[in-house]
Design a protein around this ligand. Structure first.
Ligand code: SF4
Ligand code: SF4
Length: 350
């Protein structure tokens, strides 16, 4: 019997049935999820968790946040935009298959922020992002509680979402699945047992984070010289401008472009775009040698204002989604969450 359109199905799957589901999905979609990469972590004997193509449920890391965010699926670290050969310009062929990406609720909100930047920030959508985005469906990896001490999605209002095609919960070796999307529902194995499953979401952050009121922050910037507040001097001393917070961030979306001339082939080359970071040296260099933010505290201030003020003024929601990757990755233990709360305290003291 066929499901009627728009009928949500909720089922419980054994491990074997869950792999059948993934097999069936893989006939139409490339599946991406966080996976554990043994020994590839920041320190010796540590694992890295990063997004990769998966084929079995066993490969998916359910318990931990990925170190790098899933934005690299849509917006790769390095991407060739086109090749040049004499007078001809050729775009590389992208894999044409659709993708299904398993994401936490905060990262689903993060995709919406990337959509704002790449699709809604001008008269035309950015074509390289738009092409991939059109081929992606989102699957929710449920977090019933915060994944670790760095999460602050509740403060940022990104702990809940209903913007997903399907949702999964790993439950004692079985998989609880909610399928909402008509295209995905036929992939459920015929043997799937009905289940009473609706995703749950975290309701409290491990550490309270106070998000500054946007209007008060704007007035502090415009009328009270907040950019010169002494709180930024602390970051000038501690930040080493490594850029890890930017590269791990779900919503940082700056890039730079390089033209590469092939030495072995005259009149040929390619243009690549590569992630950039507002924390690292030379990000603000201008022709003539002027740099707008030479000092590391001002770079921290710039990033922070973009995440919780400038983006809000433009799109009506904060850029930061509280995923906590910046705090988890900073080698100097600089906490962006603490920085946000410190700004709120400064505003209260005025
Ligand atoms: S600023 Fe930090 S917490 Fe906010 S989205 Fe970026 S990495 Fe996540
Ligand atoms: S990760 Fe930490 S030290 Fe590195 S640029 Fe970001 S705030 Fe500075």
């Amino acid at each position: 019997m066929h499901d009627t359109p728009s009928e949500t199905r909720r089922v419980r799957l054994s491990c074997e049935e869950a792999d059948i589901l993934l097999d069936n999905l893989a006939a139409h979609y490339r599946l991406f999820a966080p996976v554990r990469l043994p020994g590839r972590g920041r320190f010796s004997d540590q694992d890295a968790i990063r997004y990769a193509e998966v084929h079995t449920v066993h490969e998916i890391e359910h318990a931990r946040r990925s170190h790098f965010s899933p934005k690299e699926i849509l917006f790769p670290v390095s991407q060739t935009l086109f090749y040049l050969m004499d007078d001809a310009l050729q775009e590389p062929q992208d894999d044409p298959r659709d993708m299904l990406v398993f994401l936490r609720a905060c990262d689903i909100h993060g995709i919406a922020r990337l959509d704002d930047i790449f699709l809604n920030n001008g008269p035309e959508p950015e074509p390289y992002y738009a092409r991939r985005r059109a081929r992606i469906k989102l699957a929710l990896l449920e977090c019933r509680h915060s994944l670790d001490e760095h999460c602050f999605c509740v403060a940022m209002g990104t702990n809940r979402t209903d913007a997903y095609a399907m949702a999964v919960r790993c439950d004692e070796g079985q998989l609880l699945v909610e399928v909402r999307d008509d295209d995905l529902r036929p992939a459920l194995p015929a043997s799937a047992a009905p289940a009473d499953f609706t995703p749950e979401f975290p309701t409290a952050d491990p550490q309270p984070v106070v998000v500054p009121d946007a209007d008060r922050l704007q007035s502090a910037i415009r009328d009270h010289g907040f950019f010169a507040h002494p709180m930024w001097a602390d970051y000038a001393k501690r930040c080493i401008a490594c850029g890890r917070c930017n590269t791990h961030c779900m919503t940082c979306s700056c890039f730079t472009a390089y033209d590469i001339a092939y030495t072995e082939q005259p009149n040929a080359g390619e243009r690549r775009r590569v992630w950039a970071s507002c924390h690292i040296d030379r990000f603000t260099d201008m022709a003539g040698g002027h740099a707008f933010r030479d000092e590391n505290g001002s770079r921290m201030r710039f990033k922070t204002m973009h995440k919780i003020h400038d983006f809000y003024q433009r799109f009506g929601r904060h850029m930061c989604v509280g995923c906590g990757r910046c705090d988890a990755s900073c080698p100097e233990y600089i906490s962006f969450a603490t920085c946000i709360s410190a700004i709120s305290r400064v505003l209260e003291e005025r």
